[in-house]
Design a protein around this ligand. Sequence first.
Ligand code: PAF
Length: 275
Amino acid sequence: MELAHNVARARALFGASERPLAFVPTMGALHDGHLELVRRARGRAATVAVSIFVNPLQFGPDEDFAAYPRDAESDRAKLEAAGADILFLPEARELYPRGFSTLVEVGSLGTAFEGAYRPHHFRGVTTIVAKLLNIVAPDVLVLGEKDAQQAAILQKMIADLNIPVDVEMVATVREDDGLALSSRNRYLDETQRARAPSLYRALTAAREALEGKRSKEQAIARGRAALAAGATLDYLDLVDPVTFATLERSEGPALLVAAARFGTTRLIDNVRVNA
Ligand code: PAF
């Protein structure tokens, strides 16, 4: 696996790489969910590029930027084993030099749900991913379904800005008890870890109710009831997977989305509804 620590070296490597080139952007602290993205990229492309960059622009002032897990050596070994060809490890001072002031925003899609709880988060995500796409210039961008709103926003940005890249979505990887893999799961203490799978149970209880022709209110109530005591639900709702507009019933493609706090750790998850 070749390494690039700066933009010039990255451009040289990506420019000389065999096409198609598939790209997996990450913030490191890699788990099997990330590696599944790399494996999918491997199946789609001649060259697989991964970036690791803990993007300061997508963290709020009270969020976990400083504490976000950083595990460079172990990440590198996992990526080698999963078959990545190029690892891009940019530095914040090169990506955001003094005077940097251009931001990419997608509008209302970025202010609902996660955007309401994490103001400016998505504008940080779209700005860094637009920059990375300009540097890497991949043929395929590989994203995980777990971050469904992020994926919808990035697809909107790609369409609105005519960025020539295909998006490949990969299903969420879960622990045996249903908990979606996330780098933030490592913040959970034993009690919180035992409660955390109830987020997925809340979503599946709501989905079963909708698929059993219950009303949305009944479905959401069933979902709420399935969440462990001691967890705090930020939202549980039915949305259009593309626009994230709230839906009253699931007649076409629909997504149940949820976020809950287990102690200070905030987890998100979603499931598709086929009602
Ligand atoms: O999902 C993530 O890990 C990040 O939001 C991303 C897409 C790498 C941008 O920093």
